[in-house]
Write a protein that binds this ligand. Structure first.
Ligand SMILES: [Zn+2]
Length: 403
């Protein structure tokens, strides 16, 4: 399968520039924003650990969307390829600790500069091996959060403090990918705030919903969905963040737990049976001024659409009554039946048509919406699943456009 070519992507983008977009077009267009860089750097295909292949997933997603756009009825999908990364990761400090953001930006380079004498082998993903493997920086342990611990001023201390687990290595490509992902998020937010688009898919590479203010893990670095939510809320006031990834979005929940301006709602596998194991319980509903603005819906092993649909409908009713001015969706497709990351422990039992319905239900809210990519490990079906969700999200508009 081929990826969208830069030329076609750019021309599609040009046709939907702000000056050309009418109000009607804004209501009938799924606008896909993605970074062009890693589609041409095959070294990045190996990013991740185990079944986590974020660069490959992104390729499958873009391929599926491009096929949909070139087929019958796909004319309402446009693409915007970004070739320039964000100049700095500092905008992520809106939600993350500055020292953690700096770790993402420069941590691997600082670690590499320590040389063989300065690096501790326990921080290599391969551990104590001969010869050493210096390709992935992971913590040697994950520090429990108590009041007496803090990050020191060296990269080994920083990864030990900020990382929740050893599944998220910093590599030579991490900083580059995150700079490009940040550009995608900022462009998506601008499109919504400027009113040039109503439905934007921010096709970021790395997921983010497990990352909190001072923590990252579960394959996540910058919490792009939470950042988009915060930036929208700064301008619009009330915003809803809906998390439909299979795993509880512990980072997103923590970031908005006391924020009355953000409704955070998550449907996920029960923490009793799945990562992150210690967050996402139904009695976690927010606190302080944010009491009541967090909704957790833990679901059991093998949850199917018959169980999922009424729970989602109930959550969407809460989004309506909350009075959100915009919606951000953390879209994980690891709820798909047979997902290799989830099936060994529990797994859900959702299928392609269910994602059409899910997208349609969310689209029916009628809110300006940014969909941000989270997990999904059954490749290449993950790409088609995202397409089903996003096409479902435009189904009503397609019907209207044909009338
Ligand atoms: Zn997940």
């Amino acid at each position: 399968m081929s990826s969208p070519s830069p030329s076609s992507a750019v021309s599609a983008s040009a046709s939907t520039s702000p000056s050309a977009a009418s109000t009607a077009a804004a209501q009938t267009t799924l606008h896909v924003i993605y970074a062009q860089h890693d589609l041409v750097d095959t070294k990045m295909d190996t990013e991740g650990q185990g079944v986590n292949k974020p660069v490959v997933r992104k390729k499958h997603i873009l391929d599926a969307l491009q096929r949909a756009a070139s087929g019958n009825g796909g004319g309402n999908i446009t693409f915007q390829a970004l070739t320039e990364p964000a100049p700095s990761l500092k905008p992520a400090e809106r939600i993350h600790a500055p020292q953690m953001v700096e770790l993402f930006a420069t941590g691997f380079a600082r670690w590499a500069a320590l040389g063989d004498e300065g690096r501790d082998l326990y921080f290599s993903s391969a551990g104590r091996v001969d010869p050493p493997d210096w390709s992935e920086l992971v913590p040697s342990q994950c520090a429990p959060r108590d009041p007496y611990q803090r990050p020191g001023n060296n990269v080994h201390s920083e990864v030990n403090y900020y990382a929740q687990d050893r599944m998220v290595p910093l590599t030579a490509h991490t900083s580059t990918i995150l700079h490009h992902d940040l550009a995608v998020t900022e462009t998506a937010v601008a499109a919504i705030l400027e009113g040039t688009q109503k439905l934007v898919y921010a096709c970021t590479t790395q997921p983010g919903h497990h990352s909190g203010r001072e923590s990252y893990g579960g394959y996540c670095f910058i919490n792009q969905a939470a950042l988009a939510t915060a930036l929208l809320s700064d301008k619009l006031g009330k915003v809803a963040l809906l998390d439909v990834d299979y795993h509880a979005g512990n980072g997103s929940m923590a970031l908005f737990y006391r924020d009355p301006q953000v409704l955070f709602a998550s449907l996920h596998a029960s923490p009793d049976i799945e990562y992150p194991y210690c967050c996402g319980y139904s009695d976690q509903t927010g606190e302080g001024e944010g009491e009541g603005s967090t909704i957790n819906v833990p679901l059991g092993k093998g949850t199917n659409w018959a169980t999922y649909q009424p729970e989602l409908a109930r959550v969407l009713e809460r989004v309506k009554t909350f009075g959100a001015k915009a919606l951000v969706v953390s879209l994980g497709v690891d709820t798909l039946a047979g997902d290799p990351e989830c099936a060994p422990l529990a797994g859900f039992d959702l299928h392609a048509p269910d994602y059409d319905a899910m997208g349609g239900m969310i689209r029916a809210l009628g809110l300006p919406t940014i969909v941000v990519q989270e997990g999904g490990y059954l490749l290449p079906q993950a790409g088609e699943t995202v397409r089903h969700f996003l096409v479902g999200a435009t189904k009503d508009d397609v019907a209207e456009a044909k009338q």
